[in-house]
Design a protein around this ligand. Structure first.
Ligand code: 3EB
Length: 325
């Protein structure tokens, strides 16, 4: 399927978001992959119906475009969508009667085994969505059990820090479904850490039996564009959550983290003569602060920022907001 690229520079809180128009004229863009949030479920190999609802009750889709042709296929429990440079791999695993760490280990191992020998060797980005992320106490909390399964699979695949991908891990509120979306690339990525935050893969023991296997961001320097994938970012300084229960302060701390990440690495958009409007996905526990979030992001990153907000649970129960970019 091909589509043309509208001028989306001033597109605000759109139903459709277009990103990654990689180095091609706008006439020949092809759809590589589509995230659907809160839209009627459609089953095909090049999209996923994520079990999160948009906060403003509009339906939202994120469409990834490429200049090269696209092939899709299915193998085992995995779906693949591939173009010249990138490959999306997705799975939907029914968690009924399953232990989350075992299910995650199996899913990640299937993905990493299937991709170990293919043409897209670099794991750039992962999105993980599953229900009841904060259920259970201490090390038995679902999120922590998730990190155990993920760590086992990366270890078996020989992928270790700092080479773990950028990631988002968010709790859903319906269905017993583990949804994993991974992006692989031919071009190698440079992983980036944040000087305000301890690397997640170095978090101390108190935050779980294993440290979470993800990088703060992943940068691909492409012939025609630099692509920066920023992990879900929250109100954490060092390794400690800040401003428990205070939405506004958490929002400001989160934005300070995002800004530190991009400015320290010379990635702030003003250093590029040609950059597309940044795209932010915001995950919030409830609607408190929705308006403040949109205006603060625009103040910090530009009025043309494209923002959409989803209801979801953050992996630490005291955190109310997380933003990826
Ligand atoms: C944090 O900074 C907040 O385990 O995949 C953000 C992004 C968070 C990804 C993950 C967790 C993950 O620790 C939580």
């Amino acid at each position: 399927m091909s589509s043309t690229l509208p001028d989306n520079r001033h597109y605000v809180a759109a139903e459709k978001q277009l990103i990654v128009p990689l180095g091609s004229d706008t006439e020949s863009l092809h759809e590589l992959f589509r995230f659907r949030f809160g839209t009627p479920a459609i089953q095909d190999t090049a999209s996923i119906n994520v079990k999160l609802t948009p906060a403003a009750n509009q339906s939202v889709e994120t469409v990834w475009l490429t200049g090269s042709s696209v092939k899709t296929r299915q193998s085992g429990s995995l779906q693949f969508a591939e173009c010249d440079d990138f490959q999306f791999v997705t799975c939907n695993i029914d968690l009924s009667n399953k232990d989350i760490s075992t299910a995650v280990e199996a899913a990640y191992s299937e993905i990493l085994t299937a991709t170990a020998t293919n043409h897209y060797p670099n794991a750039v980005r992962a999105w993980n969505y599953f229900p009841e992320i904060n259920r259970g106490a201490g090390d038995l909390e679902s999120y922590r059990q998730f990190t155990v399964g993920r760590a086992d699979a990366f270890k078996k695949a020989g992928i270790s820090a700092p080479n773990v991908p950028a990631a988002t891990t968010i709790g859903t509120r319906t269905d017993q479904l583990l949804q994993i979306i991974m992006l692989f690339s031919k071009t190698s990525a440079t992983n980036i850490e944040n000087e305000r935050q301890t690397s997640a893969y170095h978090y101390p023991r108190e935050y779980g039996p294993v440290s979470p296997a993800f990088s703060r961001a992943s940068l691909i320097k492409h012939a025609t564009a630099n692509l920066l994938f920023v992990s879900g970012t929250a109100s954490i300084v060092g390794s400690e959550s800040q401003h428990s229960g205070d939405f506004d302060k958490q929002l400001q701390e989160t934005l300070a983290n995002l800004q530190a990440l991009v400015s320290k690495n010379g990635l702030n958009r003003h250093s590029h003569c040609r950059s597309i409007s940044p795209l932010f996905t915001v995950y919030i526990r409830n609607d408190v602060g929705l308006k403040a979030t949109e205006s603060s992001i625009r103040e910090t990153f530009g009025m043309d920022s494209r923002i959409f907000c989803l209801h979801g649970d953050i992996c630490r129960s005291e955190l109310l907001i997380e933003i990826e970019g």
